[in-house]
Every structure is written in C-alpha cells, then in structure tokens.
Design a protein around this ligand. Structure first.
Ligand code: HEC
Length: 336
C-alpha cells in the first residue's frame, strides 16, 4: 500500500516535470532583437516572384495596389515598376490594412471607415484587433547608377555608415564590371557620364551590392533602361509575438558591431546571393534607445518606434480625439 502510494507520487511528479519541460520548450523566451531580426530578414530577402531575382520584401504589395480594398485579398503582386514606390506590405499586413477598422458590427474596411469612426460613440482609440503576428512592412532605398559610356568611369557616392551612435561618411566610387555592362545590350548604347578614379576614393564594384537593372520603361531618379538601381539600405518591420520589431539594414561590409550574429547562410535573391551579407543591421523592439538608419537623413529621429507612434495617429481636430493605427503609417494615409 505504502509502496503504491509512493510510486503514484513519483509518477505524478514525473508528469508534472514533463509538463513543465514541455511548457518551456513550447514557449521559447523572447529572442534577442538582433537574432530575431537576422532570422526574419533571411526569409524576407529570398526570391519571392513574380520577377525573378527580386527579394520578397520588394515584391510585397504597395499601398497603391492594396487600396482601394475591393479584391485586395485576391491580389498577388504584378510585375511592375519596382521603383514607383518604396513601401511594401506582406500579405498578412495587407489583409489587416483592408480588414474592418474595429470589431464593432458593421465596421467597414479601413479605407472607408472614417465616417463610421466619426459617428461611433465612444470612438475607439486604436484599430481593433491590431496587426497580427507575421505582418511585415518594408521600405527599400535605392541609389541610381547610370551605365557610363566609358567603362573606366564610375559613380562617386557618399556612404554614411554607423559607428556606435555616430554616422561616419565614406566616399566610394561604384564601378561597373564587364559582365554587368554586357547585359545592357537590349537597352541601346549607354548614356551615363560617370566620374574618373580619384585619389582617396575607394573603388567598389557594383557587384558588392544587391542591384537591379532597370527594364525598358522603368525610370528612377534620372536612371532608365540599362542603368542600375543599387540597394543601399532597407527597413523591415515585423510583428513578432505581438510586438513590432523595428529593423534597419544599410550597406557596410566592414562593420563588426552591426554585422555581429549574422547567420552563416544569410543569402537572398539575385545571381550573387551572398551579397546580402554585406549589409549591416540594427534592431529593436523598444521605443527608447538609439536605432537609426544612417541613409535616412530625412528621418532625424533616432528611434523608429517613437517616431512612428506619433506619425501614425489620426487626429480628429474637431473632437480632440484620435485613432492609432498600431504604429503603421500606411493605414493612416488611407483612412478615408
Ligand atoms: C522621425 C520620424 C521617423 C523615424 C525616426 C522613422 N520613421 Fe519610418 N516612416 C516615417 C514616416 C513619416 C513614414 C511614411 C512616409 C510616407 O508615407 O511618405 C515612414 C515609413 C516607414 C516605412 C514604410 C511603411 C509604413 O507604412 O510605415 C517603414 C517600413 C519604416 N518607416 C520603418 C522605419 C524604421 C525601421 C525606422 C528606424 C530605423 C524608422 N522607420 C524610423 C517616419 C519615421
């Protein structure tokens, strides 16, 4: 009798122990932001179609494709001018951008919800539900490089890179390898002027960046068919376990500090998948502390979440009420 009870007790505590072990293994603690960011980005930089060689985060729908909301859920990205707009939303984000404003019965999709919100009482102060885990937003920053007539010419660019909380400016000259020249034939002869080599300005091959050749009909800041759009930086914002993870990448193959923890297999779209490891990264869940992208001089703030929390609130001046779009700018811009 004694013995059975004892065994029962052992069994019970073993079961208890295994429940505890399972709980720990099923709910991993929150990942450090940098580690989470490298992993989430690794998927977002993969080739996503429909245009081959283009990372998924550039293929996601743009706001102009998402709105108006009719049909949005059935839309898949078209082959389009990639430089027309630089902000993109993954399917989960797009679905929420077109979901009902709130859980209230009859709440219309966000692009037709302004009147509904104004008439509702009390007025909700935030979209409900917020964006789901797995929603992602991106912004791509390109630098146009014209194909020079003279193969010895290149383009001198200023390269802001981050060191600690400071920005350092490097000057480099982007040069065009022979192979990249060759592919421009269908666009006719090159038209770019270019600049000669200069002492103190390091030559860097175009192939050290992720780049896209502009197709016929594509234009970007003076570049056209046969020229290049060079990816100098990008933002990825992920909803991860209920929180926004703000991440920013910029070209700097030398940064130890912001290259730390990059997975060995950090490879993405294009003919040179390893080129993606030349981008440095910073990431944060927090609305305090420093996180900025040296390429985005117009965004003077040093914290993504803090600024976005302000710019993504829609104020109704008459009633001194506001609605927040879960810190996502695009929803606000299309709230009508
Ligand atoms: C000082 C303010 C400010 C800061 C700081 C800032 N942003 Fe933004 N961001 C904006 C504004 C304003 C827009 C929208 C611009 C527009 O609609 O033309 C925007 C747009 C974006 C978009 C496009 C998608 C969207 O609808 O919001 C992404 C992605 C983004 N920012 C990420 C970031 C990340 C990551 C950081 C930090 C590294 C950051 N931002 C820092 C103000 C800021």
């Amino acid at each position: 009798m004694m013995r059975r009870r004892l065994l029962g007790g052992v069994a019970a505590s073993l079961i208890g122990l295994s429940v505890v072990i399972r709980m720990f293994s099923q709910t991993p603690g929150p990942k450090a932001p940098r580690q989470a960011s490298w992993e989430l980005a690794r998927d977002a930089i993969k080739d996503g179609g429909p245009r081959p060689g283009i990372p998924d985060f550039v293929n996601w729908l743009t706001a102009r494709e998402i709105y108006p909301c009719e049909d949005t859920l059935r839309k898949s990205p078209a082959v389009r001018d990639l430089f027309d707009e630089s902000f993109h939303y993954n399917p989960k984000a797009a679905a929420r951008l077109c979901g009902p404003l709130t859980l209230a019965p009859g709440a219309p999709p966000m692009d037709r919800a302004l009147g509904f919100w104004e008439r509702s009482n009390p007025r909700l102060s935030a979209i409900d539900p917020p964006f789901p885990s797995g929603a992602q937003l991106s912004a791509a920053f390109w630098n146009p490089v014209r194909l020079p007539v003279d193969p010895n010419q290149g383009k001198v660019v200023e390269l802001p890179v981050r060191s600690g909380d400071r920005t350092i400016t490097r000057r480099i000259r982007i040069t065009i390898p022979e192979q990249a020249r060759a592919g421009s034939a269908p666009c006719g002869p090159p038209k770019g002027q270019g600049e000669p080599a200069t002492a103190g300005v390091q030559d860097v091959s175009l192939d050290d960046f992720f780049w896209v050749r502009l197709n016929r009909g594509e234009r970007y800041n003076g570049a056209s068919c046969g020229d290049f759009a060079v990816l100098v930086a990008f933002h990825l914002v992920h909803k991860d376990q209920g929180r926004w993870l703000w991440t920013t990448f910029w070209w700097d193959p030398e940064s130890q500090e912001f290259g730390a923890g990059r997975p060995r297999d950090f490879q993405g779209a294009g003919d040179r998948p390893r080129v993606w490891a030349k981008y440095a990264m910073d990431a944060s869940f927090d609305s305090t502390g420093t996180i900025f992208n040296p390429w985005r001089v117009e965004e003077r703030g040093s914290n993504c979440a803090q600024c976005h929390a302000e710019v993504t609130v829609y104020p109704d001046r008459a009633a001194a009420q506001t609605i927040s779009f879960d810190s996502v700018t695009a929803a606000r811009a299309h709230f009508k």
